[in-house]
Design a protein around this ligand. Structure first.
Ligand SMILES: [Zn+2]
Length: 243
C-alpha cells in the first residue's frame, strides 16, 4: 500500500511542478549595459535554436530559463541565500547547485529554491555556506548536454530553475539526489523575482499574457550591484556598452 502510494506520489508531484505556465514577462536590461539574454524562456516549447522540445518531459515545456554561455563564464548568486545541495547529476542535468533564498533575501513573500545546471564542475562551495547577492558561485559549462539533440560536443548554457513556496522544508529526491522537493513549492518563471510592485507580487497570475517587461538589476564589470541595494540580480555579469 505504502509503496503504491509512493509510486503514485511521484508523478503527481511531477505534474504539480510540471504544470508550467508562461508568464509573458520579458527582461528589460539597463540601456547602457550589454547583458547575456535568455535563449529559451520558462515554459517555452522551443530550445535555443528554435527546435521543438520533446514532449515526453513536462508536456514539452521548458522547466527553467536558459542562457547560452561560454564554458567557464562566472555564474552569480541571483540573491543572497544558502547552499543546500550540489553534485554531479545525470544526462540533461549535469553538475548542479541549489541555493535556498529566504523571503528577506529576495523581498518576495516566498521561500525560493534555485537550481543552476550544466556547470563546468561541481562548485567548491560547501553545503550550508551562505552566499551574497552577485557572488560568483559556479562556472558555466555544458555538462549533461552532450549526446542526443545537442550532439557529442553538447551545448554550454546555464539552465536556471526557480521554485516558489511557503516553506524552507525540503527533501532531496531523484536518482542523483539532485532534485530539491520543497513543500508545496511550484516551479515558475525566474523573471517573477524582478517584479517590483507588491500587487504584482501578490498575484503574478494576473500578469499572464500581458507581455510585461520587468526591469532587471545587474552586476557590472566591477562587481557592483546596480541599482545599488537590489536584492535580485541577473545570474551573469553585464558589461558596459562601448567597452
Ligand atoms: Zn533549460
Amino acid at each position: 500500500m505504502r509503496g503504491k502510494m509512493g509510486e503514485r506520489a511521484a508523478p503527481s508531484a511531477e505534474r504539480r511542478e510540471g504544470d508550467f505556465k508562461a508568464t509573458g514577462l520579458t527582461p528589460a536590461f539597463p540601456a547602457d549595459q550589454a547583458c547575456e539574454p535568455i535563449s529559451s524562456g520558462f515554459a517555452s516549447p522551443y530550445r535555443h535554436d528554435g527546435s521543438r522540445r520533446p514532449t515526453d518531459r513536462n508536456g514539452g515545456l521548458h522547466g527553467g530559463t536558459d542562457i547560452t554561455l561560454k564554458v567557464g563564464t562566472p555564474l552569480l548568486a541571483i540573491a543572497g541565500g544558502k547552499v543546500i545541495a550540489k553534485g554531479a547529476g545525470g544526462q540533461m542535468e549535469g553538475n548542479f547547485l541549489w541555493l535556498q533564498h529566504a523571503p528577506e533575501h529576495t523581498g518576495f513573500p516566498f521561500w525560493v529554491h534555485t537550481k543552476y545546471q550544466h556547470l563546468a564542475e561541481v562548485p567548491a562551495l560547501n553545503i550550508g555556506d551562505s552566499v551574497q547577492v552577485g557572488q560568483t558561485i559556479a562556472l558555466a559549462g555544458g555538462t549533461g548536454t552532450a549526446g542526443g539533440h545537442y550532439g557529442a560536443a553538447g551545448y554550454p548554457h546555464l539552465h536556471l530553475s526557480t521554485h516558489f513556496g511557503p516553506s524552507d522544508e525540503f527533501e532531496l529526491v531523484g536518482a542523483y539526489s539532485s532534485m530539491v522537493r520543497a513543500r508545496d513549492a511550484k516551479n515558475s518563471d525566474f523573471l517573477l523575482l524582478f517584479l517590483s510592485s507588491d500587487a504584482d507580487r501578490a498575484a503574478p497570475e494576473s500578469l499572464l499574457g500581458e507581455g510585461k517587461q520587468v526591469p532587471i538589476a545587474i552586476v557590472g564589470e566591477d562587481g557592483s550591484v546596480r541599482p545599488v541595494g537590489s536584492k535580485v540580480v541577473w545570474p551573469v555579469a553585464c558589461r558596459a556598452r562601448g567597452n
